[in-house]
Design a protein around this ligand. Structure first.
Ligand SMILES: *C1O[C@H](CO)[C@@H](O)[C@H](O)[C@H]1NC(C)=O
Ligand SMILES: *[C@@H]1O[C@H](CO)[C@@H](O)[C@H](O)[C@H]1NC(C)=O
Ligand SMILES: *[C@@H]1O[C@H](CO)[C@@H](O)[C@H](O)[C@H]1NC(C)=O
Ligand SMILES: *[C@@H]1O[C@H](CO)[C@@H](O)[C@H](O)[C@H]1NC(C)=O
Length: 504
């Protein structure tokens, strides 16, 4: 039961911080990418020199009204093209369905407007959230076991007292039957996020994560957190016990950009603001990615129509939009916003999962009758839609194995990446004329991604190397990872270098 705190830095931004408290599956399957000691300065030079341009607003405020308006117009254009090209139709479907009509997806956290049967979940969140974080974490297993037991017992009591599971299931069935009038999609998204929060809170039961919780092989969650989760996972085409980037991060902001469900209620500002800034990366990257998705689809449509001049313009837009995106990452992933001293212990651990499900078949039973279950990875930056879509567009191989994608990346997002890969035209371009220019532009995008992927590593490493004596070291176990943090990081490094080399 190797507990591996793996860090999967993904490709670009998103990958930034993810940890998999996983095991069984070698981390090799995941992709990491950070590396090289490029200084932040380099990246500032990406932004238009000096003055606070509109792209600066994009960076600092994802809900900036101009951004919202311009993104909305871009999505409208995609909707209008949905009868003309499959790529536009698949993106429209993603936005209209999972996005509740917008992107990033709308999540309604105003529980007082939810259907009555769902409201107890938010009430229980409000009651349990202050009990989750420990201001001073104990190193004593027995103390921690007691904390965990107290937290879970109280949680289960509240759920059983307040939730009418039949009513909840009836609403979920209505949604499955397309009755979005009684269970609106933005409420569905907010509820999905709330149940995901509850499940992660129940699983760890105390934050920072402690070793006795890491050592658990299975955790039996209360029924009120099981059947709604199964139903919603199936709705999104997912199959994991763990939450994913969408459920836990992207959907954890309301339409005005307000951060909704918190891990570290009541702790210092340093901790709560670091948590929020980290969560914001994921939401904001999707705000800034809208023009990229739009330009990807438009370039595909233009190419299909033989309008290469227009196609070139759209590929250039992608390149231009990568600037604010990368700057946004560099602005946030910084000790002054996300404190290195608190991130690993107070933020990252919550997003892991690292435990099996006793509702499934054990993968092994040894001679002594000891069972082992497959453990589910927690969140990974590799799940970020933008990076997957870009890789598909560039004709790079998908870096998440299919199984991992099916567990963590919603089906409509996978469909979008597939359609982008299907109509990607980079390999069809000749070296001459406008096609040659388009080809060069692809080369520039790749370069920028490489720089970004490489620039990651140093920062991520610093964040990951912070002490966390209450938990098992990021080493673990058996086969693949090494016994010391330094050796493990070295291995991750090599792995990430591999990803970097594939970015061509
Ligand atoms: C998953 O988490 C990463 C950070 O670890 C984040 O960048 C990414 O956006 C998340 N995935 C999705 C699909 O949002
Ligand atoms: C971002 O902009 C919106 C709309 O202009 C505003 O309501 C909100 O307060 C701003 N948020 C921040 C963090 O500046
Ligand atoms: C949440 O959903 C309710 C019910 O559909 C709606 O009345 C309300 O305006 C929504 N709130 C937000 C902030 O979107
Ligand atoms: C946590 O430990 C610090 C330093 O030892 C102490 O000042 C503080 O009162 C403790 N807080 C709690 C809630 O026990």
């Amino acid at each position: 039961m190797l507990l591996i705190t793996e860090f999967v830095l993904l490709s670009i931004i998103g990958s930034v911080f993810t940890v998999l408290l996983s095991s069984v599956r070698p981390w090799i399957h995941k992709n990491l990418s950070f590396t090289s000691s490029l200084r932040p300065k380099m990246f500032h030079s990406f932004s238009p020199a000096g003055k606070p341009s509109s792209s600066t607003n994009l960076i600092t405020n994802g809900t900036d009204s101009r951004t919202v308006k311009s993104n909305k117009q871009k999505l409208q254009e995609i909707f209008r093209l949905s009868d003309c090209h499959e790529a536009a139709s698949v993106l429209s479907s993603l936005v209209k369905k999972d996005g509740a009509g917008a992107w990033p997806p709308l999540a309604n956290h105003t529980a007082s407007t939810w259907p009555a049967a769902l409201q107890p979940y938010k009430e229980i969140y409000l009651e349990m959230a202050p009990l989750l974080p420990a201001a001073n974490v104990s190193l004593d297993d027995n103390v921690n076991l007691q904390r965990i037991s107290f937290f879970r017992t109280r949680f289960a009591e509240l759920l059983s007292e307040k939730v009418d599971l039949q009513q909840v299931n009836r609403l979920l069935e209505a949604a499955d039957a397309g009755r979005w009038d009684i269970f609106p999609r933005d409420v569905y998204n907010g509820f999905y996020c709330c149940v995901a929060w509850c499940r992660h809170a129940y699983r760890w039961a105390t934050i920072p994560v402690v070793r006795v919780a890491q050592l658990e092989k299975t955790v039996t969650l209360p029924q009120e957190l099981v059947s709604p989760w199964d139903s919603m996972q199936s709705h999104f085409g997912l199959d994991s016990e763990s939450g994913n980037n969408m459920s836990n991060l992207v959907l954890n902001f309301d339409p005005s950009g307000e951060y909704a469900l918190r891990i570290n209620t009541g702790l210092s500002h340093l901790i709560t603001s670091s948590e929020e800034e980290f969560g914001r990366i994921f939401h904001e990257v999707e705000v800034l990615a809208v023009p990229v998705y739009h330009a990807i689809v438009m370039s595909i449509v233009s190419f299909a129509r033989g309008n290469q001049q227009a196609c070139l313009g759209h590929v250039k837009e992608i390149m231009a939009q990568l600037r604010p995106l990368l700057s946004s990452y560099y602005d946030r992933v910084h000790d002054s916003k996300i404190a290195r001293s608190v991130w690993l212990r107070n933020v990252q651990g919550f997003y892991g999962w690292g435990v099996g499900s006793d509702r499934r078949e054990p993968i092994t039973t040894d001679s002594a009758g000891q069972k082992e279950w497959e453990k589910f990875d927690g969140l990974s930056g590799n799940q970020v839609l933008l990076f997957q879509a870009l890789d598909a567009f560039l004709g790079l191989e998908a870096y998440l194995p299919k199984l991992v994608q099916e567990r963590n990346v919603p089906e409509l997002q996978r469909d979008f990446c597939d359609v982008v890969g299907k109509y990607g035209f980079r390999h069809l371009l000749s070296d001459d004329g406008i096609e040659g220019e388009i080809k060069n532009e692809f080369g520039e995008i790749v370069k920028r991604l490489r720089v970004f992927r490489s620039a990651h590593r140093t920062r991520a490493k610093v964040y990951l190397s912070q002490p966390a004596p209450e938990r098992l070291p990021m080493t673990a176990g058996k086969s693949l990872l090494k016994d010391s943090i330094d050796d493990s990081l070295e291995m991750l490094d090599q792995f990430m270098m591999g990803r970097l080399q594939q970015t061509v």
